[in-house]
Design a protein around this ligand. Structure first.
Ligand code: CMP
Length: 139
């Protein structure tokens, strides 16, 4: 089934000028970037986006990291895009990520792990709606 998922290229990757390199892996995996913009997340946007983690010990660190430099928010489209992108990203902890995945190639640590991808189709819809209007997505 053709799906859409939500992606963030995180500050560790944009700081290292890796936007194009990450996008090359995404596109080589057969996912189409149907919307994309570079933005600086506000503290409120980061706190809302990661609301589900607000009781975790790393929440403060996570919000600080996500707001320290620009991110690139994206909508990716393709066959089983949610699961496919999670494969392409690799495990949350780059030390456990498979060869060829974005996190294995580029990520520094479990916190600074280069990319985010939605974990379900429902969350993809919710996350896309936080950053994009329908007319910004050109499939
Ligand atoms: P993401 O997929 O964006 O969703 C939650 C994020 O929390 C995750 O990627 C990591 O960046 C971050 N995270 C998860 N576990 C830890 C941890 N143990 N320490 C710091 N950050 C973490």
């Amino acid at each position: 089934m053709t799906e859409r998922t939500f992606s963030i290229i995180k500050p560790d990757a944009t700081e290292k000028n890796l936007t194009g390199a990450v996008n090359a892996v995404i596109e080589a995996a057969g996912l189409r970037i149907v919307a994309q913009k570079r933005i600086k997340l506000s503290q409120a946007q980061a706190e809302k986006f990661y609301e589900i983690h607000n009781e975790r010990p790393f929440f403060g660190e996570l919000v600080e990291f996500m707001t320290r430099a620009p991110v690139v928010v994206q909508v990716l489209e393709g066959e089983n895009a949610v699961a496919r992108y999670r494969e392409v990203m690799g495990a949350t902890n780059p030390a456990q990520a498979a060869e060829g995945t974005i996190r294995k190639l580029y990520a520094d640590s479990v916190g600074e792990n280069s990319v985010h991808g939605s974990d379900s189709l429902d969350n993809a819809r919710i996350e896309i709606a936080q950053f994009f209007t329908d007319d910004e997505i050109v499939g």
